[in-house]
Structures are given as structure tokens and as C-alpha cells.
Design a protein around this ligand. Structure first.
Ligand code: ADP
Length: 454
């Protein structure tokens, strides 16, 4: 891919003066890029080895609070430092920012230099390594849905988040005329990301006014998560530069559909699709059946990693193309899991539960862990569900609130075995804190409903 640079190529560009800034970033619990802007000369001379950051960055919330209750870090431990270790295989141009390149960092313990277990990139690497011991590699693709608004983040914030007018006036699903009017934002998104080394497939209008989708070609799981994170970040920056806000909040209006992030997944062995068996029903190999059995059975356990906020659960509404049940089906968009590319080498499973707010490292780590469990235990896949699954009273529900998903996470013996008690306790605390903060809030809805009439 164009856009990726070796460390030697970066040094040459710094020497010739075309690169002056290096963004050294790691991924936080919320899936955001966090880090520092280096003068490029300093980076290539010394900081390429390591830099440091405060431990609270992997124990905070969207608003950068310092919640109590994390074992890994706290006021008591003095909020020390982590090492940010640049992964020099991830250096890439960021053409929407002048003279700038980006490198992703792994987060290491300051003393032992071991990976921090609850760092999202480390969590995904751990499950990829487990798959590797089975001789398998995961290929993943995450779709990015989001809304574009007429105004900028700054104007919307100053207006108290009241005047939320989408960039278009009507449902623009697959619409060419309306999306032409948005090309001043979407064309630079496609082209800058492609030039940054992301295998961009396409953008399209989605099924609401102002709703967009970006598709990136499937890639090995870690690359896919890196692509997703960089793309989400770039979308916000490129839209901002054009005076618009791009929002990945899953549900910003009760009467409009929400935004998802569907995850396509397949396993490969020796460069060949291991999910495909020409002679089997729907072309699904036994390996695929076991993987999917784990994926479907453990969905309630890992729903938090697909839907991490109170708002995430507002998306799971009947008749909106967002699923409500943890069943699978063949090319049916009302199920939690959809079989795609059946009877072909491209046979794969799409998980439709995740919202646009998911952290792709955590989502993929959790789903790989579930699939591996299915393979190890040779779990049996139930038959596919047919028809309109919203009305299926037999099918199991996706946890309906963050509170429910916190409890299924806390009590998941399988996730504790696959990821470690320390990691599950850390993210359970993260989920609890989000709920505690919401429970303290007095919402507009309560005031409008009860101010006069209560
Ligand atoms: P659409 O349904 O929009 O026509 P596709 O079915 O071609 O698109 O693919 C949807 C997503 O699935 C794309 O991002 C693509 O890269 C990804 N994909 C295709 N084949 C595989 C595979 N074998 N494993 C994982 N993801 C895949």
C-alpha cells in the first residue's frame, strides 16, 4: 500500500524536510487515538525507542475523569507512567495533516516492560496469538457508519447540542445525487485515507438523512483494528476542517435509526479460507460452525465490548436494521449474526450487534475469544433462524441495557479464562462507572415530562 513508511524512509523524509511532525499514538479504552506530537527530528533521533504517558489514560472515561475503583492505577498508586513503545511497522503518512506522519504505540509496564494487559491493542494481540497456536489467522472488516452535520463540533457544543441538523434533508441510502453534495467531505476522506495506506473500498449514503458509511477492505485482525481507529479519527478531523461535525454516537435522535459497526470475520489457514468447504451445506466448514457456535452462544457475555455506553443500547430497536436477538441467519439483516458469501470462498460471518461507538480492538478480541472457545470445545451451531427475527419470542435477547451487559461481563467465566480476571475486572469497573455517571444525570426527558405535570 502507498502511504506506509519504513523507519529508514521516515528518516530520509525528515532529513529532506518534507516531514516535520510525528504523531505517536496509542489506543485508549474508548478506541481513541491518544498521545503526543513529536518534532520529527527528536523522534528519529531518540523518541522512536520509547516515550511515556500517565497510567490514568487507560482508566479514564470519555471526559478524562479519574474514576475510583481500578486496581491497575489510582490516586493511591500515584498515577505513574506507562511506556509508549512505537510499533515502527505502523508508520504512515497522514496526508490530511501537513508535514505529518503517525505511528501507533504499544503500551508497556514502566518497570517490567511487559504489555499492559488491559491495553486494547495488547488484548487483541493476545487472542491473535492464541489463534496462531491453532495454525489460524483471522481476517476482519469493520464497517464505519456515522452522521455528518451541517455545523461544526464547536458551534454545536456552544449551542448546547440543540441544533443538530444533518448535512442532508432526506434518507440517502445508496443515493448518488445527495452524496454528490457531500463530496467536499467524503472525497478527501477516501483519498487521504487511501494515501495513508488504508485499503479503502468505498463510501455510500446510509439509511437516514446525513448518515454515511465507509468500507475498508478486510485485513488481518490487528491491521483491521488499526485501520478502523485511524479512519474514525481522520473522518472527524477532515469533516472538522470543512466546518462540519462527524458523530459516531450510535443514537442521537430517538426517531432516527442509529449507527452501527458491523464486523465481518473469517479464519484462514496457510493463506486459504478455512471457513469454506465446497461440499458442505452453505459452504460452511466444520471449523466455521464451531467458531460461529461460540460467537452466538457467548454474545451476551461480550456485548459490553460491542456496546460500551448507556446510549449504545438505544440502538437495539425493532424495525431499524439493528438486531435485538443473538441468533444467526443466512443473509438476513434482522439477526445478530448474518452469514455472508455462502457457498463461496468468501463465506464469512457478519456480527451486526456492534454500534459505531465500539472499540474495534476490544470487539475483535472478544469475538475471537468466543470463536476460539467454540473451536476448542467443538460447540454445535444451532440451525439458522428465518423470517423477521424481531418477532421471534424463542430467540435469545441481546442484553437490553448497559446494566445487564455489565453483569454478563462480570460473571463471564469464559471471558475471565480467555482474557484474565484483571482485564475483566478492569472493564467491568469501566462499565459500572459509565452507569454511575448516567444515574447521577438529570436528563432533558425527565424535566420535560415532569417539570409541570409531576
Ligand atoms: P457489500 O455487502 O457492501 O456488497 P461485501 O459483501 O463485498 O460488501 O463486503 C462487505 C465487507 O466484508 C467488506 O468490507 C469486505 O472487505 C469484507 N469481506 C469480504 N470478504 C471477506 C472475508 N473473507 N473475510 C472478512 N471480511 C470480508
Amino acid at each position: 500500500m502507498p502511504g506506509k513508511l519504513s523507519f529508514d524512509e521516515l528518516k530520509s523524509r525528515v532529513a529532506e524536510g518534507s516531514v516535520d511532525t510525528v504523531l505517536a499514538c496509542f489506543v485508549d479504552m474508548q478506541g481513541r487515538l491518544t498521545g503526543k506530537r513529536f518534532h520529527a527530528v527528536n523522534f528519529v533521533e531518540t523518541s522512536f525507542k520509547e516515550t511515556h504517558c500517565c497510567t490514568y489514560l487507560l482508566a479514564t472515561d470519555l471526559e478524562m475523569s479519574t474514576p475510583v475503583g481500578y486496581a491497575a492505577t489510582s490516586w493511591e498508586t500515584g498515577y505513574g507512567d506507562y511506556i509508549m513503545a512505537p510499533d515502527l511497522s505502523t508508520i504512515r503518512l497522514t496526508p490530511w495533516l501537513e508535514g505529518t506522519v503517525m505511528v501507533l504505540c504499544d503500551v508497556l509496564d514502566h518497570h517490567s516492560h511487559a504489555p499492559v494487559p488491559h491495553a486494547p491493542r495488547a488484548m487483541l494481540k493476545k487472542q491473535i496469538a492464541r489463534l496462531k497456536t491453532l495454525g489460524l489467522e483471522a481476517m476482519m472488516a469493520t464497517e464505519l457508519e456515522f452522521f455528518l452535520f451541517e455545523k461544526s463540533f464547536e458551534d454545536i457544543r456552544k449551542g448546547g447540542f440543540r441544533d443538530l441538523t444533518p448535512i442532508s434533508g432526506y434518507n440517502e441510502d445508496y443515493h448518488i445525487l445527495q452524496t454528490t453534495k457531500e463530496e467536499h467531505v467524503m472525497r478527501p476522506i477516501r483519498n487521504h485515507l487511501y494515501a495513508a495506506g488504508l485499503p479503502i473500498e468505498n463510501t455510500k449514503g446510509e439509511a437516514e438523512a446525513g448518515q454515511e458509511e465507509l468500507n475498508i477492505r478486510y485485513a488481518p485482525a490487528l491491521d483491521c483494528a488499526d485501520h478502523h481507529t485511524i479512519a474514525k479519527h481522520a473522518i472527524k478531523e477532515i469533516a472538522w476542517a470543512q466546518g462540519h461535525a462527524a458523530s459516531f454516537l450510535p443514537k442521537w435522535d430517538k426517531d432516527r435509526v442509529g449507527s452501527s459497526s458491523h464486523v465481518h470475520q473469517s479464519l484462514w489457514k496457510d493463506g486459504q479460507p478455512a471457513f469454506y468447504d465446497k461440499s458442505a451445506t452453505l459452504g460452511m466448514s466444520k471449523l466455521m460452525e464451531h467458531y460461529m457456535a461460540g460467537l452466538v452462544a457467548f454474545a451476551p457475555d461480550y456485548t459490553f465490548f460491542l456496546a460500551p455506553y448507556v446510549n449504545s443500547y438505544k440502538r437495539f430497536a425493532k424495525g431499524t436494521f439493528a438486531p435485538t436477538k443473538t441468533v444467526w441467519s443466512v443473509d438476513n439483516r434482522t439477526a445478530g449474526f448474518r452469514l455472508c458469501g455462502e457457498s463461496s470462498k468468501g463465506v464469512r460471518v457478519e456480527c451486526r450487534i456492534g454500534g459505531s461507538d465500539l472499540n474495534p480492538y476490544l470487539a475483535q478480541a472478544a469475538m475471537l475469544a468466543a470463536g476460539i472457545k467454540g473451536i476448542e470445545d467443538k460447540m454445535v451451531l444451532p440451525p439458522p433462524t428465518k423470517g423477521d427475527i424481531y418477532g421471534d419470542t424463542q430467540a435469545a435477547d441481546i442484553p437490553q441495557t448497559l446494566r445487564d451487559a455489565t453483569e454478563t461481563l462480570r460473571n463471564s467465566a469464559f471471558l475471565r479464562a480467555a482474557m484474565g480476571d484483571d482485564v475483566i475486572d478492569h472493564y467491568t469497573r469501566c462499565a459500572e462507572w459509565e452507569q454511575e455517571e448516567f444515574d447521577r444525570a438529570v436528563t432533558d426527558w425527565e424535566i420535560a415530562r415532569g417539570f409541570e405535570r409531576a
